[in-house]
Design a protein around this ligand. Structure first.
Ligand code: SF4
Length: 297
């Protein structure tokens, strides 16, 4: 497959069809802090829920210094509705580290970014690429799905077969637009169950298009997704209990909630007991427990 012509088709499509997202336009475009905040939010939250929260977050904590100086409880309070509250704590700690160890500048290279709290390979590459223009592969599930179908068709390949595609197709220039274009195609056209190949810029060269282009074979489309992560059951999980408690702390008066009030939130206690859940929240920096009262830090 001619990777340069695929690059061109995708980049031309993006120039005309890019989603209008706040972190892609001024004043946030190219701002490493804004890119970092948006990427941490997008790790586990859908774009439509992220957009208003991103704007609230940037209004409340407009710089890495403002975030570093904020009480963690304020960041956790603002994170309401996003899920995976640990991200709020890690983002605030990350800001402290950036101010203390990097003179308030978000690091530019992937290796240094990886040393920051809560930053994994995807987010490190995304910040290096989207904020600083580094030509490094950035791969999320959308990108893997598009590249995998493009090259391997409807036979879901192994991880070892898919991963090299990100590097093989990486263009020499415009890496940021290339990745953002693939994300947009994955989110809006090459979806898990109903790819709309007729709208896709690579339909003429895509190995999966002949089988998926009429959009009716959902099972075949789903089966072609490489190693789709399985969602763990939420109801009754420790994540469920933790989320309910943190939400109650957000609504609580400034002094917090008595532990008896935390107990009263649940008709059925978690399998391992509530104290374990509360301990984990305290350990993760999501709550402070003192004098039989639980509160945001
Ligand atoms: S042509 Fe169809 S299957 Fe291929 S990348 Fe585009 S939407 Fe996905």
């Amino acid at each position: 497959m001619d990777t340069a012509s695929v690059n061109r088709l995708v980049l031309d499509w993006y120039a005309a069809n890019a989603r209008d997202l706040p972190w892609r336009r001024p004043p946030y475009l190219g701002d490493a802090y804004a890119v970092l905040v948006s990427e941490v939010m997008l790790q586990q939250t859908q774009v439509d829920r992220t957009v208003p929260k991103f704007l609230d977050f940037m209004a409340r904590f407009p710089s890495v210094h403002a975030l570093a100086e904020a009480p963690p409880g304020d960041v956790i309070a603002l994170w309401s509705g996003m899920g995976y509250n640990n991200r709020a704590v890690r983002l605030q700690r990350l800001a402290e580290v950036v101010v203390a160890d990097h003179a308030g500048e978000i690091p530019r290279d992937v290796d240094t970014l990886l040393t920051l709290p809560g930053i994994g390979p995807y987010t490190a590459s995304a910040v290096a690429c989207f904020a600083y223009g580094a030509s490094v592969p950035v791969v999320d599930t959308n990108i893997y799905r598009v590249l995998s179908r493009l090259v391997h068709g409807v036979q879901a390949p192994s991880r070892a077969e898919v991963e090299p595609l990100a590097t093989e197709f990486l263009p020499a220039t415009e890496a940021s637009s290339w990745h953002q274009a693939l994300m947009d195609i994955g989110a809006t056209i090459c979806t898990v169950q109903t790819p709309r190949c007729m709208l896709c810029p690579v339909r003429e060269t895509c190995a999966a298009a002949p089988a998926l282009q009429d959009g009716t074979n959902r099972k075949l489309a789903e089966a072609s997704v490489p190693y789709a992560p399985k969602q763990a059951k939420f109801a009754g999980s420790s994540r469920y209990y933790r989320g309910r408690i943190v939400e109650a702390l957000r609504q609580a008066p400034p002094g917090g909630l008595p532990l008896a009030g935390v107990d009263a939130l649940f008709s059925e206690p978690p399998a391992g007991g509530l104290p374990q859940i509360i301990d984990s929240l305290v350990r993760d920096g999501l709550a402070i427990c003192e004098c039989d009262t639980l509160r945001l830090p």
